[in-house]
Each structure stands twice: as structure tokens, then as C-alpha cells.
Design a protein around this ligand. Sequence first.
Ligand SMILES: C[S@@+](CC[C@H](N)C(=O)[O-])C[C@H]1O[C@@H](n2cnc3c(N)ncnc32)[C@H](O)[C@@H]1O
Length: 262
Amino acid sequence: MDYINLNKSAWDKRTGIHFVSEMYDVDGFLNGNTSLKEIELSEVGDVSGKTLLHLQCHFGLDTLSWARKGAEVTGVDLSPESIRKANELKERASLEGEFICSDVYGFEKLTTPKYDIVFVSYGALNWLSDLDHWARIVAKSLKVGGHLHLIEFHPAHNLYCGDSYFSHKEPDINEGGAYTENCSGETVKMATWSHPLSEVINALINNGIAIDHLNEFPFTPFNNFENLEEKEKGRFYLQNTKHSIPLIFSIKGTKHFADSST
Ligand SMILES: C[S@@+](CC[C@H](N)C(=O)[O-])C[C@H]1O[C@@H](n2cnc3c(N)ncnc32)[C@H](O)[C@@H]1O
């Protein structure tokens, strides 16, 4: 089965729904709000004057929020509809940035080590079959001394839901709708891959990215799983569990050496 095309068509369908959802709040963004959350704001820090590559940028809301903070941004996404909407949003917000429609793996041919920051967040890795290949593209994109900031849903949540923690070569094929409050109930097929934390870290180490930190958080900034409660503003925790369960992890990595192939 052609999983890339399956997912491309699913994300094309989701984009229009997400763009007008309360959850993504495009109007708020156009009125000056940022879509960035507390974890990335505190961990990525000052981006002004820096080149920032956002892999799997969806329709560019976070990418353009970084642009508004002064970064020179490039966003990459598989979905032509997401990229079309990202360019529309860029024009409406009068911001600068380049959006490239490409599969992450296809981007390997296009990228060069010109980025100070590679940013990847919330719901990206589960669409990728091969994390070693992903980490190679991150490394190929970073300047020496540049940083990866990955902020992602914690794979321990899979265990809590009864899903697989470890990877399988073949993806899970799920029938799902959009995850925003305005979804119509229409579903589409999508292919996803689970990745344990060790696989993420080893992929980065094996591709020359040194780990500066790994953080885990018992909350998510989105009300995007079942059984969540907003105990503090912008922090949704699982309810009724005896002990806290990690819902988000973040990694900062640095490329210290040039690779001979880059
Ligand atoms: C959950 S969204 C990204 C999360 C982002 N933080 C957001 O919500 O704005 C996942 C994105 O990954 C993209 N995607 C999925 N598979 C991809 C691939 N192989 N290459 C590039 N982009 C991909 C989808 O088109 C979608 O826009």
C-alpha cells in the first residue's frame, strides 16, 4: 500500500477543517496571538535573526508564530492543501517565510546545512516509518552548532490507551476524523507508526546529534486525548490515575561536527 499518498490525502482533507477550528484559532493568530505553547517558548528561547526549519509544519501556524518572533522560517509538509493554506496565512499575516510541499524523506535532496534550529512538534513522528532516516535529514539540515528542538506526545500514552509502545515495520491503519472540535464525524484512513523513546534518542545519536536534554511532562497543552482535565491553565492532565503519566517529552539536541556527506 502507498502509505505516503494515503496520509497525504487524509491531511489534505483535515486541513480545511483545522483552519477554521477554534482549536487552531487562526483569527486569534491574525490578531497577534502566538500558537506556540509554554514548553517550546521556554526551551527554544530567542529566535530573532535565526534560520528555523519547521518539519511537518501543517498549515504553518507555529512556523509563522516563530517568524513573528524574528526567525527566518522554512516550513515543510507533505500535504499540498496545508502548504496552500500556509501561504495564504503568510500573506494575510504579512509575514515572511518559505513553505515547501514535500515528504520529509524527499526533503533530503533539497536541504543543506543552513539552519540554526530544526523545530518538530506535537504529532509529527507517528507519521514517519523510519526515524533513522528522519534524524539523518535533521542532521543534514543543521549548521554545526545548530539545535534540534523536538516536542512530542509521549509514547507512554500509547501504553495507557492499550496501543503498541514498540515499533512494528508495518504501520497501524486507523480510520479517524479531524481532531478539532468542529469535525463533522467523517473519517479517513491513515497509516501511523509507534516509536519508543529509545528509538528517537538512538536515531539522533546515530546521526551525530548530541542530546542536551530530555524532559518529560505529565500534561499536554491540548485537550486532545480522552479523560483529560485542565488542572492549570493550558495544562491538561489525565484524570483518575494513581500516579502521573507522562504525556509530552521534549528533546534538545546539537550538531557538533560537520558530516563528510553534508
Ligand atoms: C499533527 S500535524 C503537525 C503538528 C503541528 N504541530 C500542528 O498541528 O500544526 C502533522 C503534519 O505532518 C504532516 N505529515 C505527515 N506525514 C508526513 C511526511 N511523511 N512528510 C512530511 N509531512 C508529513 C501532515 O501533512 C500534517 O500536516
